[in-house]
Design a binder for this molecule. Structure first.
Ligand code: ATP
Length: 235
């Protein structure tokens, strides 16, 4: 019987970069990564710098294609395979199920902060009014000054851009969230707010996979961890 609480699972994942512009050098990152995360759990990816934490997270989001293995996500009531899935399947999973907060905001010229944060809700069919109300509340909670809401975030500070990124990532209550160092550029007050937002998401049953370099943040949210060097250690 399938465990219905598992939201995301990866098995036998392999990723190797080939640097075609540099003589075809191969950089193997992992050969048989395996993890699973349940609703309401926060799985922390651990391992030293360069071990492959961000690469694994990007594979889970479908930004990097794994050479082998399986990534299954609970989407619309069933488990959907992401490795080798058609782009339209991946886009649909991202629209409804799988959120991702990268380390850096991808700024789109001339698109205002408010529009950036509202967009995931509009793409899920919420009205403009509902989306605006929720975006404003989240931006206020993340201490983004109201004077900045109508501006494109290209001129914002590193911490402000990161908070806009977090707002955009967390606004839609995705059932599965991938977080790549969401607090790296934040001060103590905003770090605390992000911890609260992650706790709120976990309490709603969101499954989280994250990378947190800050010990205090990691300890506050972690329910279990996965060392990305595990398969190499066992070899
Ligand atoms: N796009 C890429 N092309 C080629 N090699 C890459 C690429 N992305 C990552 N790598 C390599 O893969 C390995 C793992 O990198 P990754 O960024 O996943 O590590 P990490 O554990 O997240 O490190 P850190 O904690 O320092 O952020 C590194 O050796 C890196 O050089």
């Amino acid at each position: 019987m399938e465990d219905q609480s598992i939201m995301l699972e990866a098995r036998d994942l392999a990723k190797c970069f080939t640097l075609h512009m540099q003589g075809g050098v191969d950089i193997p990152v992992f050969e048989s990564a395996a993890l699973s995360v349940r609703a309401g759990d926060c799985l922390v990816l651990a391992g030293p710098s360069g071990a492959g934490k961000s690469t694994l997270l990007r594979c889970l989001y479908g930004n990097y294609l794994a050479q082998a293995g399986s990534i299954r996500v609970r989407h619309c009531g069933g488990m959907v395979e992401l490795v080798g899935a058609e782009p339209r399947v991946i886009l649909n999973v991202r629209r409804l199920t799988l959120g991702y907060v990268s380390q850096f905001l991808r700024v789109i010229p001339r698109v205002s902060t408010l529009d950036l944060v509202m967009e995931p809700l509009l793409s899920r069919g919420l009205t403009k009014e509902e989306a605006r109300e929720r975006a404003e509340a989240l931006l206020a909670r993340l201490n983004i000054p109201r004077t900045l809401w109508q501006l494109a975030p290209s001129t914002f500070s590193g911490g402000e851009q990161q908070r806009v990124n977090i707002a955009r990532g967390l606004i839609a209550d995705y059932p599965v969230m991938l977080l790549d160092e969401p607090t790296a550029s934040l001060d103590a007050t905003n770090r605390k707010t992000v911890i609260e937002l992650i706790h709120d998401a976990l309490a709603r049953g969101t499954a989280v996979v994250g990378i947190f370099h800050d010990d205090a943040v990691r300890n506050a949210v972690c329910t279990h961890s996965y060392d990305v060097t595990r398969d190499r250690l066992a070899a």
